[in-house]
Design a protein. Sequence first.
Length: 286
Amino acid sequence: MIITYDIHELAPYINWAYFFFAWQVKNEEEKARLRQEAETFLTQWEGHYHAYALFELFEANSDEDDIVVRGERIFQPHRIPCLRQQQGEPPYLCLSDFVSPQNISLTIPERNSPTRSLSHLLPLTSRIGIFTTSADMGLETDFDADPYQKMMAQLLADRLAEAAAERMHEQVRKDFWGYAKEEQLTIPEMLVEKFQGIRPAVGYPSLPDTSLNFVLDELIDMKQIGIRLTESGAMKPHASVSGLMMAHPQARYFNLGKIGEDQLQDYACRRGLPVEVCRKFLAANL
């Protein structure tokens, strides 16, 4: 599904803390001045620029550290290889933990069952969402003549793409997927992630390999909203976000951290890529 957002619809979902951080502004008066100026830009852009969301819901199961995705419009199951934490304190998490395993009963064991202690780990969902959002490319190209306006446009475009992801995720939770129909969160509560489930983004700590965008692209066809991928899987326009939506009540974000050579080789095998190619994609985690 494709959703086109007007700027005024997304403005309340902008997380201004990240905008101020990008400008390296800490003074409150300066923050107020900068926000007022940014909101003036947003008002001027209304009707000229938009942001877009593209998402689809898929049946899914975990197969060890892979998420296996199936859907009516894909000819065969696709695997999304994930990575598991190897350092720190247990549990050592992997995003596949939050999806129902293949060929397993989800019946919670009896109270005295020897497996009762594992029941809280059983994933309860056999569905995931895959999404991408983006802002109009013009926000990156139409202000080249003025360095300040160009900077402002690029940073606001980033915020609009993130705001589109926030708004889309709300609509998915309450309407399209509907696993949280009764949710009554304020926008500030959403921005600190008080909702059920998670929205891990490609390139972020739990899903660091940007080349996974090629897998997601095969599933949802990102060019439908004007996104193209570079050789490394980075998205153009730069003001774009992609990732997964997971509904498990216990799902949470985590930092993958460092992985060992054994997991790198296993991951490369599951990705179907040479080890040295994956080494480049995961350099920061080695």
